[in-house]
Design a binder for this molecule. Sequence first.
Ligand code: OSB
Ligand code: MG
Length: 381
Amino acid sequence: MLCIDRIALREIHLALKEPFRISSGIESTRRILLLEIADRGGASVWAECVAQALPNYTPETIDTAWLAIREWLAPRLLGRSLDGPDIVHDLLAENIRGHNMAKAALEMGAWGLASEMQRVPLSKLLGGTRDRVPTGISLGIQSAPERLVERARAAVDAGYRKIKLKIQPTQDVDYVRAVRRALGDDVEIMADANAAYTIADAEHLAQLDEFHLIMLEQPLGADDLLQLAELQRRMKTPLCLDESITDLNRARSMIELGSGRIINIKPGRVGGFTASKAIHDLCEKAGIPVWCGGMLETGVGRAYNVALASLPNFSLPGDLSPSARYWRQDVVSPEWTMDAEGMVHVPQDKPGLGVTVDAEFIESLTTRVETLRGTSTQVAV
Ligand code: OSB
Ligand code: MG
């Protein structure tokens, strides 16, 4: 039984070691929404909302998420006795459309809190079966193919099990070709277009087939399931959907229409763990591999992703890079690391996130805080 009696929203600013460019925008210093969720009994947990500063990946932003949590979502949970975290998804879904990242921050936080209270590792609570999960790296768009080749080579040397190349029109075939030639045929390479193309580009995109990519992620718009199905018929490379998959039903549509053959599950994008598990189970039955995507999370969000990625059908390497790939200093200790075989270790002996959150460091990065309680709210700056 959970009874959440306090939710603190906190915005922190954390500089990426280097800017991350994708077709829909660039991130340099991240504005990040962290939540602290406390149970009436004294237990508490940190959670992360993965919405970004601008609505270029999904319609949400950190500011819309803040509003949605304060006005509509947190009031549904505060002061209420909850049988368990598995009922939170439906509680937050009823007559509140969208705002999946805002919902997910609370829903995953409820799982984290339950894990703390039951003294069970989060991965165990979710049904995870593995104690190590393979990781890939996601490389942003570079100024020239040679720059990308350098990055990709360094990533292979570091042990990464999958190299994801961000592409966009005019920076695509030449970049992928350069990396495939430099790394040889044994390295698992994929590309991610973040919805930058239309079906009119089908012939152009089909040129990627010759590079034997393990997949091409989200080449067309999020809502273009029919066009994606047509593109899949015209390409050998398996398509993987990211932005398109916003819930279980979208995953069903993808499978039935043939709009893709692989799914990138980001728990934030689908509204949390319950939806992620449902998509995972559906895909397992349908023979569709899934993997865990990343959103440049801090070590808090990463803890949730690593736990999820320990489920059995997460059979491809996730975007689960170590802390040091993103930050000079992460907000957790120990920081997330990867072994020489490109595996991230899933915490087995600690409940909750499995890492310690550095509240003092977070305090020093904080630009605003708002604490929500059962009946009243109080604002502090
Ligand atoms: O499309 O997967 C994406 C980051 C921000 C927004 C969208 C995406 C990404 C990544 C980053 O690829 C993956 C990571 O966290 O390492
Ligand atoms: Mg993607």
